[in-house]
Design a protein. Sequence first.
Length: 223
Amino acid sequence: MLLDGLDEVRATDSARVLKLIQDFTTDYLENQFVITCRIASREYTFQKFTEVEVADFNDGQIKSFSQKWFTAKNDIVKAKKFVEKLQADKPIRELASNPLLLTLLCLVFEESASFPENRSELYKESLDVLLKKWDVKRNIECDQVYKKLSLKRKEDLLSQIAYSTFEQGQYFFKQKEVEKRIIGYISNLPDCSDDPEALQLDSCCGLQSRSTRLTNKALFGSQ
């Protein structure tokens, strides 16, 4: 049984969840359990568990991942250039050892065939790529106000949602709550429709086309 993301449990629920896991794994000793958690994000002790740490990608794994990424997109030239430029840029190469950051590097390189100068620029360019391409790749069409939002306004919308939820320590929320936040933003835009149904459609479209969790990662650099 895989229990993924122990670090994502809310602080108010942590003690209760840890006890439930401990009791459950004690009652069913014959089963095999794997629990994942980011390093140093929780205080916990589980008896009869062996703690292991997932290692960073080595050079060979980075090369294999990136080559498969660009080969899948039928771009052998970029697959080769990616590795070459990575070897020539030590700070970026260090970022590439992290699988999440390596994915963002591939996304950015796919678009511009170059690397940003620092981590903040990496997040910025990655977010730009996602905002430009995500709806198209998922065949999402919006005929209302959301479709007309500029890249800057979409970024502003996601920034507001990410900032307010991050500040409150609120990493999980219901769809209706996010829809309200999107409606609140759109309703304050010039030439916005006063039709509640149209605003609801817009909020659903905006929610479908974005992952708020990814937004928090991109804007605040969560590990």
